[in-house]
Ligand binder design. Structure first.
Ligand SMILES: Cc1ncc(COP(=O)(O)O)c(C=O)c1O
Length: 418
């Protein structure tokens, strides 16, 4: 930071202010996490200086000896970690990975079947506001209105009715285990290909705490962020039979040169995910989410599906007479960051919503366990119970105390000086 400060004090001040915000608030956004310092170093490395269109051994630029070794290392580690034959580590993000995967599997105008956004799917699975909704004819399956679990009968009947070329599983706000084997059976019955977007749960899958989609899906896409706790970016996994199509769809199909400092950081991310400590970390993430859901439920809040099997949970704020938007603002005043989120069959629009989504990956990276989660649940439940009459000051103090005990990228003295 010293160099940045000396050439651009305004930019440095923004980083410092953001470091302070991250340190002094509780991050419960389910798609966020705090990366290891090794990842920060890799992403800030001189690998950013290089251009390397193409793939190891087949580049359109010279001077790629180290870059080829680096990309091979990232690819091999991804294959080893997820037990698959081929990995493409160039996608700049999760959406880019999905676009390339679609290009590898289907044609513009083909029919796709994804999970309804409101029920936990993702924009890039065919939403009308995404390019995926204008390139492809999209249909959606949803959750059962009583259980709020994926309605596999609905998936089957939509698949048989619309005959999609591609069925997509995975999403951004689904808190239960996904049965990839049933999806595969349905895809086979309907004559469809099957893609799993595991972006949210990739870390859990890498650690073996959620079943892997690799043996069931034609292609798996992901980000290295969220539960993977790594670099910004995406990746794609597939068998040997689809390797060429996937590689061509990433470059030149949908991207130019890879962002090489991120490819390096992905290699490090995959290595970290192979360590025993990563499995312990993921187990703690799931324990923390389960405890948070149970504690909020015991204090009278309604949890969509009644609980969680993974790192995230959705709280329905309708019984508390609050909108998701109000809930997000109330918690933000205390220093707890969450996001408003549609719940299944939500009567409110996306800018308001009836729910909030929470995840435990980031607080677990700070080292927080059951004691801290119980305290966080008590703060959240009381604050939401009091609603807009709340005096935030004492709760903000309790949040600060938790943050102070688990500093990020700082030692306690540096934290005190923030
Ligand atoms: C399931 C899923 N797929 C794809 C993405 C998109 O990832 P990115 O923002 O890296 O493009 C997200 C992001 O939240 C996601 O939840």
């Amino acid at each position: 930071m010293n160099r940045l400060r000396s050439v651009d004090s305004e930019a440095a001040a923004l980083v410092e202010a953001e470091l302070k915000r991250q340190n002094t608030t509780l991050e419960l956004i389910a798609s966020e996490n705090f990366v290891y310092e090794a990842i920060l170093e890799a992403q800030g490395s001189i690998m950013t200086n290089k251009y390397a269109e193409g793939y190891p051994g087949k580049r359109y630029h010279g001077g790629c000896e180290q870059i080829d070794l680096m990309e091979d290392l990232a690819r091999q580690r991804a294959c080893q970690l997820f037990k698959t034959d081929h990995a493409n580590v160039q996608p700049h993000s999760g959406v880019n990975a999905n676009l390339a995967a679609y290009m590898a599997l289907i044609q513009p105008g083909d029919t796709i079947l994804g999970m309804f956004l409101q029920h936990g799917g993702h924009l890039s699975h065919g939403s009308k506001v995404s390019i995926t909704g204008s390139f492809y004819r999209s249909f959606f399956y949803g959750v059962n209105p009583d259980t709020e679990l994926i309605d596999y009968d609905d998936v089957r009947s939509k698949a048989l009715e619309h005959k999609p070329r591609l069925i997509i599983a995975g999403g951004s706000a689904y808190s239960r285990t996904i049965d990839f084997s049933i999806f595969r059976e349905i895809a086979d019955e309907a004559g469809a290909l099957f893609l799993v977007d595991m972006a949210h749960i990739a870390g859990l899958i890498a650690a073996g705490v959620h079943p892997s989609p690799v043996e069931y899906a034609d292609i798996v896409t992901s980000t290295t962020t969220k539960t993977m706790r790594g670099a910004r970016g995406g990746f794609i996994l597939c068998g040997k039979d689809r390797a060429d199509a996937v590689d061509r769809a990433v470059f030149p199909g949908t991207q130019g040169g890879p962002i090489l400092q991120n490819v390096l950081a992905k290699a490090v991310t995959f290595k970290m995910a192979m360590q025993p400590a990563f499995r312990q970390y993921q187990e703690q993430v799931v324990k923390n989410a389960d405890l948070l859901a149970r504690s909020l439920r015991d204090r009278g809040l309604r949890i969509v599906t009644g609980g969680t099997d993974n790192h995230l949970l959705l709280v329905d704020l309708q019984p508390a007479n609050l909108t998701g938007h109000q809930g997000e603002i109330i918690l933000e005043e205390l220093g707890i960051t969450v996001n408003k989120n549609m719940i299944p069959f939500d009567p409110r629009p996306p800018a308001v919503t009836s729910g909030i989504r929470m995840g435990t990956a980031a607080i677990t990276s700070r080292g927080m366990k059951e004691d801290e989660v119980s305290e966080i649940a008590s703060i959240i439940a009381t604050a939401l119970g009091e609603g807009e009459n709340l005096d935030p000051a004492p709760y903000r103090q309790r949040v600060m105390e938790l943050c102070r005990q688990f500093p990020l990228y700082l030692d306690p003295l540096e934290f005190a000086a923030l």
